[in-house]
Design a protein around this ligand. Structure first.
Ligand code: SAM
Length: 212
């Protein structure tokens, strides 16, 4: 559901990055691995994708998603983003809806930046939860540690030593029955009915590790 609703910012970012065969990638906080599998299909057999999540149950979900996609090659690792350590440096370090949940977002971004090859890209997509609206009323995320982390993301990416290549925000919107209403009902267990819905804007930031 989330993939469907927020697919446009990811598609735009990947087009801008030029993700292609042979790239090494890591998806941190990969969850069920849908994005990692999509990356694996793009980078092909010459490339490599690591799906990292602190929840060990994610490994089975990633394996199932890879199998369902016809055997996409994804290496699933149980590891906290704060401890990120890979067997090689990568061309792309990606996270989405991760930093809202972690204790120290800067520490995770620091590890992601350190995992990059010179010239490699960091792509982070995080929400501004309070920017979402249901019938004009701001949304909240009581269980999220940093529900508005998206608003701080461009600065954080620079603070961890990366060049800021691009940054923008996009929000899916709708009214009445549809994917936005279904997504909200699943998240909150409250059906928004025919209310106007603007989902939390997703801030996309592309950072790049300088080439010495
Ligand atoms: C909301 S899900 C997002 C999944 C996926 N990135 C997406 O956009 O659909 C957040 C994921 O981050 C994982 N996670 C939470 N804290 C983490 C941490 N410190 N290090 C790595 N993964 C973490 C959770 O287990 C969960 O799978």
């Amino acid at each position: 559901m989330r993939n469907d609703l927020y697919r446009r910012p990811l598609a735009t970012a990947l087009e801008r990055l030029g993700l292609e065969a042979g790239w090494r990638c890591v998806d941190v906080g990969a969850g069920a691995g849908d994005d990692a599998v999509a990356f694996a299909e793009l980078v092909g057999r010459e490339g490599r994708v690591y799906a990292v999540d602190s929840d060990p149950r994610a490994r089975d979900d990633v394996a199932a998603a890879a199998a369902a996609a016809g055997g996409a090659q994804v290496i699933a690792i149980t590891q906290a983003g704060e401890d990120l350590m890979l067997p090689e440096t990568v061309d792309l370090a990606y996270c989405r809806f991760l930093l809202v949940h972690v204790v120290e977002p800067r520490a995770v971004l620091q590890r992601m930046a350190a995992a990059l090859k010179p010239g490699g890209y960091l792509l982070a997509q995080e929400p501004i939860t309070s920017g979402g609206r249901i019938d004009g009323v701001p949304m909240s995320m009581p269980e999220g540690r940093h529900p508005d982390i998206g608003a701080l993301l461009p600065g954080l990416v620079r603070e961890v030593g990366l060049d800021l290549v691009d940054a923008w925000a996009e929000a899916p919107a709708g009214g009445g029955p549809g994917p936005g209403a279904t997504y909200l009902a699943e998240l909150t267990e409250v059906d928004p009915g025919n209310a106007s819905v603007v989902l939390p804007p997703l801030v996309t930031v592309i950072g790049r590790r300088a080439v010495p």
